[in-house]
Design a protein around this ligand. Structure first.
Ligand SMILES: NC(=O)c1ccc[n+]([C@@H]2O[C@H](COP(=O)([O-])OP(=O)(O)OC[C@H]3O[C@@H](n4cnc5c(N)ncnc54)[C@H](OP(=O)(O)O)[C@@H]3O)[C@@H](O)[C@H]2O)c1
Length: 288
């Protein structure tokens, strides 16, 4: 029987890519969106249904979970993220969901690790303790963060700013995270597994700027900036202080070269090498 797969966070950076790739398979994809207007693009994909949900409102989850066989559990980085995951896992238990793929983060298994990892580990535990078969995906930082957070300054002034010095990071292309998610959803060989996903190499941000410059033909520079300036900017943009501090802790790990680990998991699971940063820069050059 055709499976129905509910994808939460379906308009997000990873979620929309999973919906796109699942739409090419013989499954019904139910895209859980926070607002129907943002989900308009997903509606045009074959086999995709749109359903509006608010993770913080358990009553809103009912329709989304009706006849859902599998759940791709994606939540935003938010002060309410633990409550959101708890609500979604409780509903999955009540409604007989048979498999959960959880989007976590690299570092969730580290002890003591950093705050972002500890939050993710806590959320992983809700999934593990649900009794429902699961697969946990722990990706590195996303290459697409550059599109979401730095494309504007790159377009405007040919610069992007982060407090990370010369630290190398094994960023991953979200298209590869989605490819892994599709692979595990369509097989039952990945139950109870945890996969750590990275790109094929760890680059410094200076090297990333050089690749961006070469593919766009523009002069693009990376600028190392003090943590305090970044903190002030995040607070000015209404990022809650605990989230801003957790992000700065991640940047400090980048600076210290602690996020340079490379795994071969994407290749092993999909049979294809993950996108290099150069390939990403080429494919997204119009954004910059
Ligand atoms: N960014 C990275 O480099 C990175 C690396 C590793 C792991 N992660 C983890 O990956 C996860 C997803 O990150 P992402 O960057 O893909 O997130 P994202 O793009 O911000 O997507 C989050 C999604 O959740 C939706 N959403 C937010 N609040 C909601 C609510 N109350 N009810 C229903 N939907 C809601 C958003 O919809 P609206 O926009 O309409 O609100 C959006 O579709 C996070 O747990 C993050 O920690 C991120």
């Amino acid at each position: 029987m055709r499976q129905t797969i509910l994808v939460t966070g379906a308009t997000g950076t990873v979620g929309h890519e999973i919906v796109k790739q699942l739409a090419m398979q013989d499954v019904t994809v139910r895209a859980g969106v926070h607002s129907v207007i943002k989900g308009e693009n997903l509606k045009r994909l074959p086999g995709v249904e749109i359903v509006e949900i608010d993770f913080t409102d358990p009553a809103s989850l009912h329709a989304a979970f009706t006849n859902a066989d599998q759940l791709v559990l994606i939540t935003p980085l938010s002060e309410s993220q633990l409550e959101m995951v708890r609500n979604l896992v409780e509903e999955a238990k009540r409604r007989g969901v048979k498999y959960i793929v959880r989007l976590s983060a690299l570092g969730a298994g580290a002890e003591p690790g950093i705050q972002l990892g500890r939050w993710h580990r806590e959320m992983e535990k809700y999934v593990e303790e649900s009794g429902i078969p699961y697969t946990i995906l722990r990706p590195a930082g996303f290459m697409q963060n550059l599109v979401n957070y730095s494309a504007e300054s790159i377009k405007r002034e040919g610069k992007f700013y982060m407090p990370v010095g010369e630290g190398r990071v094994s960023y991953i292309d979200t298209r590869d995270i989605a490819a892994v998610a599709v692979e595990v959803l369509l097989s039952d060989e990945h139950h109870w597994k945890v996969y750590e996903l990275t790109g094929p190499e760890a680059l410094s941000h200076q090297e990333m700027a050089a690749h961006l410059g070469e593919v766009t033909g523009k002069k693009i520079d990376f600028v190392d900036v003090p943590e305090q300036a970044v903190r002030e900017s995040m607070l000015a943009h209404h990022t809650p202080a605990p989230i801003a501090d957790a992000i700065l802790e991640l940047y400090a790990a980048y600076r210290a070269g602690k996020s340079a680990m490379v795994t071969d998991t994407v290749q092993g699971l999909t049979g294809r090498a993950p996108h290099s940063f150069r390939q990403f820069a080429n494919d997204y050059q119009e954004c910059f």
